[in-house]
Design a protein. Structure first.
Lengths: 422, 422
């Protein structure tokens, strides 16, 4: 590669000449973007669509937060980097663990590559779990970049985060983890890093707290969208090229009376095969249960007993509410998953249906009577893909002929906005 | 072909040895089926899934009623039979017409084939427009089959419908076209035809009036699902093999306050290119506007002026709310559409977004304050596919390895439930 570029996971990325900001607008379903454009409540983002580039892209599957954030910063799907859910059943130990705690990513990140090539890079996330995964090769001992979370901003150290707690927090109160302000803190921190010249490439990853709780057009989501828009505008006004994608969409999984439409797969499997024969893992599980009670549109079934795998797959696939039940190999082939972390049967819900383990095992009380809105299935795979600058001819052609993924965003922002022959 | 089978549109169908009923459960989104199974409000249909066969299938695109009903009875997608919407802009005449009024289908139906092979066949539809399309080669002068609609049951004649008005109506009141009873009339009529030996193969096509108006779990949709279930049970109790598919799913296209999330594409195009340069056709348009105000997730753009087609496609594709904007050839290739009826640009909405022509041009008042629930896009492409009998090994394999479509249902019911080597 020429020395004005890096090469990461099979793709080349030009080093930026102007500041670059990529925002992961967590849970920003295309229906929010459409409504915001129609009612003009997000003028700067709408302007990006109108005068830069907009398309509907696919997220990585399953349509969850961690797999998609990691895919975006790697420019590659879960098959390459190994993070195929938030939560994982490790067959070797029989334990359920957060995937981001299961060791380093099996692929380098674009952020690390750029930083090691001398570009000033910063990643700011809403939640600290995700920050740890994104910081590999970027921030920490002997590294030059910055990586911190809004959640733990005050506890930052230069040694671990590349920035002091004082500078990361900048006198702002650290917001509650269940608040719109958590995302706004991320954007404000990014803006400060940009203005002070501390970063030339920024990855800013928000929280979907608002989208889990509020449909498009609700006063709460309107207010949040306006607040994000003002900050996107400020980043643009600093001269940055901005790319925005979502990690996944969001669907209302409730019935007419507001109760959730849940298929408890663990109960069904136990009734059919006996308790302890199978284990259902909900890879949406994370420490932030109030968002969704660990209920989403994708689960993995691990077969522990001596059961015929095809028979189990066939049984699951015939349950109304299941859109697809795939054997491990087929799931990995069709949806670019890593084999070693796939279930024996991967289960994708139909649109509008949540998959759970056992009645009573999910913290539904945490929803406090709100409608269940969640993600994980193919119905939440479509996500907005926005670039603030028009694309060059090569990337316009690419966009018109290939299926875009959210993890193409760094490619489009770094390479697709450069004049050709550059 | 052996004389115990017919050959239609490239596939062979075994003549049935026992009665066969295929139901098009109009607008029966998988989320209704899942909820009905979970709460056991549709025991006979749930039992079909458990002890027969269930899978999530694709409908034909666009996910509208007429293209899918015709696809189901042809066993083939719109490319083969030419019905790619309810409504169509005929470039040659400059007129907008109902596709089912535009002349006969360009493909024969399985119903006609079976009837001409001596099988007693009847098609009963909710609406009369659709009946006309399905009756070709089946009922009318010199033909042996029966085809009538609930809407016009009392006006039937033996010459045109293969049944008298008196027999078709059977003393039942003809239901209002905006009522759940319209669909129930169809099922009751089918049951009578089966019991009296008037038909051995039945195609029963319902109305989605209830699903447009009521989400899963609403008392109105619960009551409708229970009423349909009892009739499905009665058909099963008569010894029929029953297949059930939907023509399309259903999605809530409303904002938090209940107002519809509509992108008026005609207004956008006029603002950009001037009035009269383009025409937006909503192929969901039918005489039953109260269902949906002619608003759905798919429209066709015809370019009348001297505009660059790629530029228009590019402009449309960059509007938030648009998932895909495809040139005619690409739409036809990817979604099996007939070229002569495709727009210059085919536009598929994002999940949760309705595409309209001009503000004020849609009969929103007809919704009477109800939330807009509609279909047409990829988000409503997934539909239930149910067979009351277990499949033979060949069709089990087929189901596990191929993408099923609702228009495979006659193949599965007629061929897939027969013992192998039959």
């Amino acid at each position: 590669m020429p020395d004005n570029s890096i090469y990461t996971n099979g793709r080349g990325y030009l080093l930026p000449k102007i500041p670059i900001v990529v925002i992961c607008y967590d849970g920003f379903d295309p229906s929010y973007l459409a409504d915001a454009a129609i009612r003009r409540i997000s003028p700067r983002v709408s302007d990006m669509a109108e005068n830069g580039f907009y398309a509907s892209a696919h997220s990585a599957m399953p349509s969850f937060t961690n797999p998609n954030n990691v895919s975006i910063v790697c420019g590659a799907p879960p098959r390459v980097h190994g993070i195929s859910g938030n939560y994982w059943y490790d067959r070797a130990t029989g334990k359920e663990v957060m995937m981001t705690d299961a060791g380093p990513l099996s692929a380098p990140t674009i952020l690390a590559g750029l930083s090691q090539a001398g570009v000033k890079v910063a990643a700011v996330t809403a939640k600290d779990k995700l920050r740890k995964a994104l910081a590999v090769g970027l921030a920490g001992e002997g590294l030059q970049g910055i990586a911190f979370s809004a959640e733990k901003a005050s506890a930052c150290t230069v040694a671990e985060h590349g920035i002091s707690g004082e500078e990361a927090q900048a006198g702002q109160p650290v917001p509650d983890q269940y608040s719109p302000e958590l995302s706004l803190f991320v954007l404000d921190a990014g803006l400060r890093l940009l203005r002070t010249g501390r970063a030339q490439v920024l990855y800013l990853s928000l929280s979907d707290f608002v989208q889990h709780a509020h449909a498009p057009g609700a006063p709460e989501s309107d207010a949040f969208i306006r607040s994000v828009d003002r900050r996107v505008g400020a980043l643009l006004d600093e001269g940055a090229t901005v790319g925005i994608v979502a990690d996944h969409g969001m669907t209302d999984l409730s019935l007419a009376d507001g109760s959730p439409n849940i298929l408890y797969l663990g109960d069904r499997l136990d009734a059919r095969y006996g308790a302890g024969q199978t284990r259902v893992i909900c890879p949406i599980t994370d420490p932030f249960v109030r968002h969704h009670g660990a209920l989403g549109g994708f689960v993995r079934v691990h077969i522990l007993g001596d059961l015929d795998h095809d028979e189990v797959r066939d049984f699951v696939s015939r349950l109304p509410g299941v859109e697809l039940a795939l054997p491990r190999e087929e799931m990995c082939r069709r949806f670019d998953q890593p084999m070693e972390r796939e279930g024996d049967v991967a289960v994708i819900a139909g649109k509008g249906v949540a998959l759970g383990t056992h009645k009573g095992a999910h913290a539904l009380g945490e929803l406090a009577g709100a409608r269940l809105r969640s993600h994980g299935s193919v119905a939440e795979r479509d996500v907005p893909f926005l670039v603030s600058q028009p694309l060059n001819a090569t990337y316009r052609r690419k966009a018109a002929t290939e299926q875009l993924h959210n993890y193409d965003i760094f490619d489009f922002v770094l390479n697709g906005t450069r004049s050709e022959g550059n």
